[in-house]
Design a protein around this ligand. Structure first.
Ligand code: SF4
Length: 319
């Protein structure tokens, strides 16, 4: 039997907030990215799958995508009774371009039936005060800015052609905090040239900054990407599943217990994964992270809050 929760999952956070499950719906707002449109580069980050690191479900208006996802969920026994939905505008950099575009996108989201919260994905160099003010005045208590930090190591950011330095992430997090916009920062483990200790150093750095949420990803290698070419040439080795589970579990100990853990492993789109095989077995990876937490008697915040016991041990089950 699975033990008590050892971290604050997004599902448990939504259940505590809304009193019931809230299901995410991934949306593609037709955004672009300065690292793809030639402003910074045309190649993008070496791990970008060309879909802006979003899976999507076809295009069309946000309403059309929304209706397709809801129809799909309605046919799934597990989700058929879901009433509350969170719109996750994931693909590309959704705060890129003029502030008026962002405002129009949020207005369009307001019209979606059953929508109770919004997550907007972007990169740290596509934010300014005007955009923060727009997001800060959005009507949803569950509004999350999903920020691709990936690492605080400038050499790695350069190697993966990220197009910004770590200082941009630090500025973006400080700006969001000043405007009261909740940020969920994304970090990746297994980036080219990085050791496990490098990943943990980024996790420690992130824990010192004003983040309300965290997403941890294992680097996987989508077919046809620059990072996969690097792997095939022997320049980078995928992490083992056990290695990643240990690193993710250890990283959790650094984040304050109030931070919401939005995700603990990557979720490759069907057909895109070249390596490693285990990246397609998400449930197995999550179970291994739970096992690593249990085995080491770790929990979120243990190395940060220093509570004398696991504060999540009495929390409601997450599923
Ligand atoms: S910032 Fe995102 S969308 Fe842009 S190239 Fe990198 S991964 Fe792709």
């Amino acid at each position: 039997m699975k033990g008590a929760p050892r971290y604050r999952s997004l599902d448990s956070h939504f259940r505590a907030t809304f009193g019931e499950k809230a299901q995410k719906i991934t949306l593609d707002a037709g955004s672009d990215c300065p690292n793809r449109d030639g402003t910074l580069s045309r190649g993008g980050c070496s791990f970008c799958n060309g879909e802006g690191s979003g899976p999507g479900l076809g295009l069309g208006t946000l309403r059309a995508q929304w209706d397709r996802w809801r129809a799909r969920y309605a046919a799934m026994p597990r989700l058929r009774n879901a009433r509350l939905f969170i719109g996750y505008v994931q693909s590309f950099s959704n705060t890129y371009g003029p502030a008026s575009r962002l405002a129009a996108m949020l207005r369009e989201l307001e019209e979606l039936p059953g929508l109770v919260g919004v997550c907007v994905g972007t990169r740290p160099d596509c934010l300014d005060e005007e955009k923060m003010a727009i997001m800060a005045s959005s009507p949803w208590s569950e509004f999350w800015l999903e920020l691709g930090v990936q690492t605080f190591n400038d050499a790695t950011l350069l190697r993966v052609n990220r197009g910004h330095a770590a200082a941009a992430s630090e500025r973006a997090l400080a700006l969001a905090a000043r405007f009261g916009v909740k940020t969920c920062a994304h970090l990746m483990a297994g980036l080219p040239g990085e050791s496990g200790e490098d990943f943990l150093a980024s996790a420690r750095r992130l824990a010192e900054l004003p983040v309300a949420g965290v997403k941890l990803h294992n680097l996987y290698f989508p077919r046809g990407t620059a990072v996969d070419a690097e792997r095939l040439a022997g320049g980078v080795r995928p992490l083992d599943q056990e290695e990643y589970a240990f690193l993710a579990a250890r990283a959790l100990t650094f984040f304050p217990s109030r931070a919401v853990i939005h995700r603990l492993c990557a979720d490759p789109a069907p057909g895109e994964l070249a390596a490693p095989d285990w990246a397609a077995r998400k449930r197995e990876t999550l179970d291994m992270i739970d096992a690593a937490l249990e085995y080491n008697d770790w929990w979120q915040g243990k190395a940060c809050d220093v509570p004398d016991r696991n504060p999540f041990a009495t929390a409601a089950p997450t599923s």
